[in-house]
Write a protein that binds this ligand. Structure first.
Ligand code: BG6
Length: 483
């Protein structure tokens, strides 16, 4: 792999995302030896006028917990020493010149400075400042080494609010940086069981002939959280659950479930197939959408009293291609629900010519639990053990905790940040993919903001509006009985 100085610049260094996700992921990479002390330097950039020490103190508590603090103490103090802070506005030449100077000083001071200069800019910022920040980076902070190296930009969702704003954002950034330099993070693509999807589908003979409309009745991709917007009401109200979770996280998962086999594992080959799936999704019908808003959501002082923003949504997506015509893909996400869980559920069709006719018989269902407690299980009908001939639903179960005891499952952000350093774009959203994703949801989002579709109130800690369960049944999902 490449060597040379590596500068990781976290813009928005004092914000929530940086504290909770970016710095902890960097620290874990450092602790596991993926970031070389002789090469790496980390810079925080933000508006607040604080010192290096202030920033270190601010993030320290997010990097270790009580349980592992002593074991990680040494790595922690080394890591914190690698962090410098530069303060400045997001559109100021002067600020970014100072940032560049700090980075350049680091590059000369490192032993490996004869090598290339690698600069990774992580924008932990709201998208409204992406364009000015990218302009400043381009003008003042790109890598200057003639020996080689690179400048890469990592951006977070939300990438825009609809097709038009997303495309505008894409072209503004696209004028400054090449697509190969832009890493659009969707952290669901960094999750272990999401990354497992292609292996599961294309390395198992068992699934190959079954994975289509002849055998699959419906697919559900479900996200639930058991807490509400928790102080993020202001942000959330502007976006809602469809933009926050469905248009990105769940749709990305759908791509991996539904895409055709790529020619190879090259990032471009995989992303080409994802785009094709997205482009095959037909417009969403109003009668295949249920929106909900949990009771109490509007009590947040930053949320307008008459807000119609959904905190829950079920939408049925239909893919018009040879493999999937007629198979509903049900995407469901909600805040303040009865549990915290994310699942992919693939329900197979009934067995033709059933000779058992037992009330307990159900359909085969293959469930991939993304979180918590990663697992995969297959619901099967088996003979109830005993003298009588009775059938019962049981499970073939692969629980990661049991099967991979002691194997730590990496945090999504760790994996993705490592990929950005390696230059691997497989698990990042390409510009045409993003556009296709917005094309699917933009008309619906506009109908919601016009008030043509209303959010139905639901109780906190519930399953969401009952209308959503009715929609599921209408789409052909059959509740099966466990034991
Ligand atoms: C973020 C959303 O993208 O994903 C949050 O903005 C949500 O609203 C979070 O809570 C969920 O991520 P995870 O990894 O906890 O499922």
């Amino acid at each position: 792999s490449e060597t040379g100085s590596l500068s990781i610049i976290v813009l928005g260094a004092s914000g929530d995302l940086a504290k909770k996700k970016t710095f902890p992921a960097l620290f874990n990479l450092f602790h596991q030896g993926f970031l070389d002390e002789d090469e790496v330097h980390i810079f925080g950039y933000a508006r607040s006028k604080i010192s290096d020490k202030d920033l270190r103190d601010k993030i320290r508590g997010y990097l270790v917990d009580e349980k592992n603090a002593s074991e990680k103490a040494e790595a922690l103090s080394k890591f914190l020493q690698l962090i410098k802070y530069v303060s400045g506005p997001y559109d100021s030449e002067e600020g970014f010149k100072r940032l560049d100077k700090a980075i350049s000083e680091h590059e000369v001071s490192k032993k490996s400075s004869e090598g290339s200069s690698r600069r990774l800019f992580y924008l932990a910022l709201p998208p409204s400042v992406y364009p000015p920040v990218c302009k400043m980076i381009k003008a003042w902070c790109t890598n200057k080494s003639d020996v080689g190296g690179w400048t890469r930009i990592v951006v977070e969702k939300p990438f825009g609010k609809d097709l038009e704003s997303a495309e505008q954002l894409s072209s503004q950034i696209g004028e400054l940086f090449d697509e190969s330099q832009i890493y659009r993070i969707d952290h669901y693509l960094g999750k272990e069981l999401v990354q497992n999807m292609l292996v599961l589908r294309f390395a198992n003979r068992l699934f190959l002939p079954l994975w289509n409309r002849d055998n699959i009745a419906n697919v559900q991709i479900v996200f639930r959280e058991d807490f509400g917007t928790e102080g993020r009401g202001g942000y959330f109200d502007e976006y809602g659950i469809i933009r926050d979770i469905i248009q990105n996280h769940l749709l990305q998962v759908l791509c991996l479930v539904a895409m055709e086999k790529p020619i190879s594992l090259k990032p471009e080959h995989i992303r080409d197939e994802k785009v094709k799936v997205l482009q095959s999704v037909v417009p969403i019908k109003d009668e295949e959408v249920v929106l909900g808003q949990y009771e109490g959501y509007r009590d947040d002082p930053t949320v307008p009293n008459d807000s119609n923003t959904p905190t829950f949504a079920t939408t049925v997506l239909r893919i018009n291609n040879e493999r999937w015509e007629g198979v509903p893909f049900i995407l469901k996400a909600g805040k303040a629900m009865n549990s915290k869980k994310a699942d992919i559920r693939i329900q197979f069709k009934d067995v033709p010519g059933d000779i058992f006719k037992c009330q307990k018989q159900g359909r085969n269902e293959f469930v991939i639990r993304l979180q918590p407690s990663e697992a995969m299980y297959m619901k099967l009908t088996v003979k109830q053990p005993g003298l009588e001939m009775q059938t019962v639903q049981s499970e073939l179960d692969l629980s990661y905790k049991q099967r991979y005891q002691g194997v730590a499952i990496p945090e999504a952000y760790e994996r993705l940040i490592l990929d950005t350093i390696k230059g691997d774009q497989q698990h990042f959203v390409r510009r045409d993919e993003l556009k296709a994703a917005w094309e699917i949801f933009t008309p619906l989002l506009h109908r919601i903001s016009n008030g043509e579709l209303k959010s139905i109130p639901y109780k906190q800690g519930s399953r969401g509006p009952t209308e959503a369960d009715q929609l599921l049944t209408k789409a052909g999902y059959l509740q099966t009985h466990g034991y």
